[in-house]
Design a protein around this ligand. Structure first.
Ligand SMILES: [Zn+2]
Length: 340
């Protein structure tokens, strides 16, 4: 790979907009299991690392739910934020929007929303003390398999926590098949009334019809994944016109079989169609590529030009939910380091 391009990807300040903090590393899984006295079929950290190997989507979900079940206390949530912050500094990520799904991951087994938010707030405090130049915001993902009434109740409870952590958006995740976005339209309308930005996982496992359904029923500010829009030229035109960003996650899609190889990932067609896209890691402990790794692999596979790589990096700053307040830092770095 061109060394100039590698320098941009590794050293340029970056933002990441699609990152699930619930998907903890094997190291945190091991640490929390020990600390919380949880009985597991693993006896060492090595076992925990081996436990993360999966072949199918079902295996992936089983592994993640087992790992997530080790997360119980405020301390755990604080450690998760610090782990996220450490990783940001390692990768030169200065801004990250972090998703969490309270109902699917914690609420159903009695972990209170207070515990989650207080832990996140404590972690943020510690992270900011250790690192000056990182900005973490939170996206509360709705479990799309839950009833819309339960999700409205959840949003009503979330409101008071906006004082505690920078909670900027409401999103949606979990199984796409059988759970079209429109079923959650009332919950998103409520979130919008409260002033949240709106995003949601669509067009990952389900094709373009899932994206149409979401756009026709919910005023989404952007779309998580949305990669299968590539199968519908009309939809590509609409996304390009409305400048609705797709937060693409290539390694995730390949790991979970949406595409069978990196070569099949349709980044070129999306970019050539003028759809706004950025690159993200989704659940990096499971998919083995962080943001930097995803960018390098995509740039290598498709022989991206310097300006295409810069466009991908800048899109994460232009279309994030905090406004483009960090964009000038990126442009200053590019001006100083890159002769275009
Ligand atoms: Zn995701």
């Amino acid at each position: 790979m061109d060394s100039n391009l590698k320098k941009i990807i590794t050293e340029c300040p970056k933002a990441e907009l699609h990152y699930h903090i619930d998907c903890i590393s094997p190291e945190l899984f091991w640490k929390f299991s020990q600390r919380n006295g949880i009985e597991l079929p693993i006896k060492t950290l090595r076992d925990a690392i081996d436990f993360y190997n999966f072949q199918t989507l079902d295996e992936f979900l089983t592994i993640m739910l087992t790992a997530i079940s080790s997360i119980q206390t405020e301390n755990d949530f604080s450690d998760m934020v610090m782990d996220c912050a450490n990783d940001m500094v390692t990768q030169n990520i200065i801004y990250r929007e972090v998703m969490f799904d309270y109902t699917a991951c914690y609420g159903h087994r009695g972990v209170s929303l207070n515990t989650v938010i207080n832990g996140f707030a404590e972690g943020l405090k510690l992270a900011k003390k250790r690192y000056e130049n990182i900005d973490i915001r939170f996206i509360a993902n709705l479990d799309r398999t839950a009833s819309v009434i339960d999700n409205c109740n959840y949003i009503n409870k979330l409101i008071k926590f906006r004082e505690e952590i920078p909670l900027i958006a409401v999103g949606m995740d979990m199984q796409e098949i059988g759970h079209p976005a429109h079923k959650q339209a009332d919950a998103f309308a409520l979130a919008k009334e409260y002033g949240f930005k709106l995003t949601g996982h669509v067009g990952e496992v389900v094709g373009p019809e899932g994206i149409w359904d979401a756009l026709q029923s919910i005023p989404l500010d952007r779309i998580d994944h949305g990669v299968r829009a590539v199968e519908d030229d009309e939809l590509l035109k609409l996304l390009a016109e409305k400048q609705i960003l797709l937060t693409l996650c290539p390694a995730s899609n390949i790991s979970l079989g949406v595409y069978s190889s990196w070569w099949e990932f349709p980044i070129k067609k999306l970019m050539n169609s003028k759809v706004k896209v950025c690159i993200n890691s989704d659940d990096p402990p499971c998919f083995h590529y962080d943001l930097t790794g995803n960018l390098i692999k995509i740039a290598e596979t498709f022989d991206l030009s310097t300006s295409e790589v810069i466009e991908l990096i800048r899109n994460s700053f232009i279309f994030n939910f905090a406004g483009n307040e960090h964009l000038s830092n990126v442009d200053a770095w590019l001006d100083k380091n890159i002769a275009i």
